[in-house]
Design a protein around this ligand. Structure first.
Ligand code: ATP
Length: 285
């Protein structure tokens, strides 16, 4: 383990709010303690404790709740290389016949660097989205191509190999925890599991704040917009849907400044455009 390098976002002034993730502070804190604390503690201490770094975590929950966002921010916090992002269907479909080879390639850079630099190597993060897709066919008796089977086996063997490497963190993501092969979830593999669920009202308010931060600080959101009210009205919205709502409201505001009968003509007073409560209500509908 290394100390967080100078350009990690994990400075003494670090605040969760600055990460742009709404409503997931508890989850983030828990993942940090369970999976990453050892990577940012002084190496001497980690040695004294005799612990091993966590090599893999699984984020599960409904779509659009911020799993990818969280994985990326974790990477920045640990000052990792730009994460490699792959998804299950892509591994299975796009590369039929060479799926195992693709899994091997995923780990190759990190393995090479670890051979050369040992613990001085950068951290490599591999984000595996829709992990359930490669698990579906494993053990299935009907219609499976068997590709999933061998891909899962390849992934398992790579993950066990990761034991000898300190520079890889695999982040698996899925909407279907029940589909994930149990073998992938054992200690030493994707061992920390965290549910990322739909935001509650407080979380939705945070997400609304995040996605309107720019327009608010630039004075283009009307004072009649009440984010507390919107948080109450968006029950069961995911973070992605709240982001969509803000974009939708902006479109309605634009619309008021489009001149009818012209091609993409805009009105002269467009500089005074404000996104107002009505725009949000229209977008909600
Ligand atoms: P999927 O399962 O579909 O891959 P996901 O959980 O990975 O979804 P993201 O890709 O992280 O979801 O979210 C999509 C977008 O929605 C983000 O880029 C962000 O703009 C917004 N978003 C989602 N959740 C949050 C959140 N908790 N806070 C702020 N923005 C969010």
């Amino acid at each position: 383990a290394k100390k967080p390098p100078p350009n990690s976002i994990l400075t003494p002034n670090f605040k969760f709010e600055d990460m742009g993730i709404g409503g997931l502070d508890q989850e983030f804190g828990a993942i940090f303690r369970r999976a990453f604390a050892s990577r940012v503690f002084p190496p001497g201490l980690v040695e004294k404790l005799g612990i091993q770094h966590v090599k893999g975590i699984l984020l599960y929950g409904p779509p659009g709740t911020g799993k990818t966002l969280m994985a990326r921010q974790i990477g920045k916090m640990l000052n990792a290389r730009e994460p490699k992002i792959v998804n299950g269907p892509e591994i299975l479909n796009k590369f039929v016949g060479q799926s195992e080879e693709n899994i091997r390639k995923l780990f190759a850079d990190a393995e090479k660097e670890y051979k050369e630099k040992g613990d001085e190597s950068d951290l490599h993060i591999i984000i595996f989205d829709e992990l359930d897709a490669i698990c579906k066919q494993r053990g299935s008796t009907q219609g499976g191509t068997g590709v999933g089977d061998s891909v899962v086996n390849q992934l398992l063997s790579k993950m066990d190999g990761v034991d000898q490497l300190n520079n890889i963190l695999l982040i698996g993501m899925t909407n279907r925890l029940d589909m994930i092969d149990e073998a992938l979830l054992r200690p030493g593999r994707l061992e920390v599991h965290m549910e990322i669920s739909l935001p509650d009202e407080k979380g939705r308010l945070q997400i609304l704040n995040i996605h309107t931060a720019k327009m608010r600080s630039n004075g283009v959101m009307d004072d009649d917009v009440d984010l507390v009210e919107l948080a109450a009205l968006t029950k069961n919205f995911s973070g992605a849907e709240i982001n969509g709502l803000v974009k939708g409201a902006t479109s309605f505001a634009f619309n008021r400044h489009v001149k009818v009968g012209t091609m993409a003509g805009i009105s002269d007073d467009v500089e005074n455009m404000r996104v107002n409560r009505n725009d949000f209500m229209n977008a909600l509908e």
